[in-house]
Design a binder for this molecule. Structure first.
Ligand SMILES: O=C(O)CCC(=O)C(=O)O
Ligand SMILES: [Fe+2]
Length: 222
C-alpha cells in the first residue's frame, strides 16, 4: 500500500529540514550534511570492501551480529568470543585495514567542527551494513579508550530509527529518524550515552538498494 504521507514528506524535505538539531549539549544531528559527498563515500566503501569484505562477527555472548561490518584506517574494531578490541590487522585477511580515504577524513572533520568539536582527526572508521530486519542493541562506544574525541556517524540509504539513551542502560531512549545523508555527532558529556538501531524496515533505496550503510569515525587511544 502506498504511504502518501511519506511521499509528501520526501517531497517537502529539502525545504523543511533544519541544518542542525541539538539533541544534548554534546550531541548534534546534522540532517543531510553528507548528501553532497554521498556518491564519493559509496565509491570509497566499494573500494574498501574489495580489500576488507563485510563480515558478520560473533559477540562474546556467542551470537552472530545481524549487522555486517568492515573497517578502514589505522585501527579496526573486532568482536570475537574473547571480547571486543581495536586491532591494526584485519583478522579475516591478516592484512592491515585499508587506508582511510581522504573524503572520509575531510567529512568527519567538517561534521565534528560544525557540531562544536574542533580538530577531530579519527584513526578508526567502522562501516556497518544493515539489511532489512538487522539491528544493533543498546550499547556504549567505549572500546576506544578515549572519551575526549567525539563519534561522528554517517547514514546512507534505507532509513533507520536510532535509539538515543542516557548514561545508564536503563535510562529512557529517544527515537531519532536517520535518513540518507544524515550525520550524527556525539561527544563531550554525551560521549558515553547508550544508543542502538531498531530493526531496519524493508525497502529499496536508489543509492544503496536494500541496505542501510552506517560509517562511524572515532579516535582510539594508542
Ligand atoms: O548504525 C548506526 O547508526 C550506529 C552504529 C553504532 O552505534 C556503532 O557502530 O557503534
Ligand atoms: Fe555505537
Amino acid at each position: 500500500m502506498k504511504d502518501n504521507r511519506s511521499v509528501q514528506m520526501d517531497f517537502l524535505l529539502p525545504d523543511i529540514r533544519p541544518n542542525s538539531v541539538q539533541l544534548n549539549a554534546g550531541a548534534v544531528l546534522l540532517p543531510g550534511f553528507a548528501l553532497h559527498d554521498a556518491e564519493a563515500c559509496m565509491l570509497a566503501v566499494h573500494r574498501i570492501t574489495q580489500q576488507a569484505p563485510f563480515r558478520k562477527m560473533y559477540t562474546p555472548g556467542g551470537g552472530q551480529m545481524s549487522v555486517a561490518m568492515t573497517c578502514c584506517g589505522p585501527f579496526g574494531w573486532v568482536s570475537t568470543s574473547q571480547g571486543y578490541s581495536y586491532t591494526r590487522v584485519n583478522p579475516f585477511t591478516d592484512q592491515p585495514w585499508p587506508n582511510m580515504p581522504t573524503i572520509f577524513q575531510t567529512l568527519a572533520h567538517k561534521a565534528a567542527q560544525k557540531a562544536g568539536f574542533a580538530q577531530f582527526q579519527p584513526n578508526a572508521c567502522l562501516i556497518n551494513s544493515y539489511s532489512p530486519s538487522a539491528r544493533m542493541g543498546l550499547h556504549q562506544d567505549r572500546d576506544e579508550g578515549c572519551t575526549e574525541q567525539p563519534v561522528v556517524s554517517l547514514s546512507f540509504g534505507l532509513e533507520a530509527v536510532f535509539l538515543w539513551g542516557g548514561l545508564k542502560r536503563s535510562d529512557p531512549t529517544r527515537q531519532i529518524l536517520l535518513r540518507d545523508g544524515d550525520v550524527l555527532v556525539w561527544g563531550g558529556p554525551d560521549r558515553l550515552r547508550f544508543h542502538g538501531i531498531k530493526p531496519i524496515r524493508a525497502g529499496t533505496h536508489a543509492r544503496t538498494g536494500e541496505t542501510r550503510l552506517n560509517i562511524t569515525f572515532r579516535f582510539v587511544a594508542t
